[in-house]
Design a protein around this ligand. Structure first.
Ligand code: PLP
Length: 379
């Protein structure tokens, strides 16, 4: 048996990418924007349904940055952000010179807690500043408590930026993730469910916002023969070559979703009889997750030296990648000084949780090796 490394989530080629990339080269569309970009946007718009407008960009991070700009977030404004997430959800708040206010997770979806969100909003208003926006995240492909969170946001009339970077293909009550927020974002980074090598998208509710996003993403050029600028611009548009990769990738999105969900069934079977491990599962049938990454919580057992770290090292010993959950932003050195509202739910998840290999290209041989490590560890 060869011992090649098994990764958390690797890109998988569909085989259709090259024809679009070649076409771009042949037609000399080697630039940002172009026919592949337009085609990729319209396929995404159809996939998401609900008449969204999609602007393809060079990363998910730039999509969040543009979302903040479109909502008018400026220097000194406060923006609420789910604490348990990848740093890219929060960094753009600082690009704008705004102040992040972090909010804890709740234990059912591991995403932003509606009660703590409301406490945070009330407190910030009392201190004299109403938050300008709320950044919510569907961690690991798992939808957050959409109804509860959006009810709170609506009550205080604060717009939501929905970070669906990890949740393309997931849905809540049959509506696709990415279409719930006032603005939504996707990522096509190499580790996501489909990739453009690097890329992202902004999802908005009007063509006007879509065009404004393109305007900012292409250096804010005013209508004029010369280059005229009355606003700050950014170089954030998706490249036509990358969009070609995306066009090839998206043909197999449904297949990738099925494969990721099959990985979940595999883990469900493996962990069924292991009482110290809880595999993350969605709360009920309203939630449809791609299970972009499968995650578990391990009840530490000091006698047997079983905990998150020792399991990770056991995987490592078999050349299998696993990784702790996202370390909450309010615990990160770079964000420590910003306000946080919560009850240490995210902290406790972080201490006990582990992400497991979940790529759509996991083979049955890979699964055999993964299962062997788990069975031996909990023997
Ligand atoms: C990947 C990711 C992003 C950023 O996407 P990039 O395309 O890598 O810039 C943002 N938020 C979350 C939660 C992510 O996982």
């Amino acid at each position: 048996m060869d011992n090649k490394r098994i990764y958390l989530s690797l890109s998988q080629q569909s085989g259709f990418e090259l024809e679009y990339v070649e076409k771009a080269l042949e037609t000399n569309w080697i630039t940002s924007g172009g026919p592949n970009v337009n085609a990729f946007e319209s396929i995404l718009e159809n996939f998401l349904a609900d008449e969204p407008f999609v602007t393809a960009l060079n990363s998910g991070t730039s999509a969040i940055h543009l979302a903040l700009i479109l909502l008018g977030v400026k220097y000194g404004d406060e923006v609420i952000c789910q604490s348990m997430t990848f740093s890219a959800s929060a960094n753009p708040i600082l690009y704008q010179g705004a102040i992040p206010v972090f909010v804890d997770s709740e234990p059912d979806t591991w995403n932003i807690c509606p009660d703590q969100l409301e406490i945070a909003i009330k407190e910030r208003i009392k201190k004299g500043k109403k938050p300008k926006a709320i950044i919510t995240v569907h961690l690991y492909g798992n939808p957050y408590k959409i109804d509860e969170i959006h009810a709170v946001a609506d009550r205080y009339e604060i717009p939501i930026i929905e970070d669906a970077a990890e949740a393309l293909g997931s849905s809540y009550k049959k509506k696709k993730c990415g279409t719930f927020g006032d603005l939504g974002i996707l990522s096509f980074n190499g580790n996501k469910i489909i990739t453009t090598s690097s890329g992202g998208a902004l999802i908005s509710k009007s063509d006007k916002l879509k065009q404004k996003a393109i305007f900012y993403a292409t250096q804010s050029k005013d209508e004029a023969a010369h280059y005229q600028h009355s606003e700050i611009g950014y170089n954030y548009r998706m490249s036509n070559i990358c969009a070609g990769i995306g066009l090839g990738q998206i043909k197999t999105l449904e297949d990738a979703i099925t494969k990721r969900r099959n990985n979940h069934l595999f883990y469900k079977d493996v962990f069924e009889k292991i009482k110290d491990v809880a595999l993350f599962e969605v709360l009920n049938e309203n939630y449809f997750s791609t299970y972009w990454l499968n995650t578990i919580l391990i009840e530490p057992d000091s006698e047997k030296n079983r905990n998150q770290k020792s399991l990770r090292l056991a995987f490592e010993g078999a050349n299998i990648e696993s990784r702790p959950l996202w370390k909450p932003m309010h615990l990160q050195p770079v964000f420590k000084k910003y306000p946080y509202y919560g009850k240490k739910v995210a902290e406790s998840l972080f201490e006990r949780g582990l992400c497991l290999p979940s790529g759509s290209n996991l083979t049955s041989e890979d699964k055999k090796r993964i299962k062997e490590v788990i069975v031996n560890f909990f023997k």
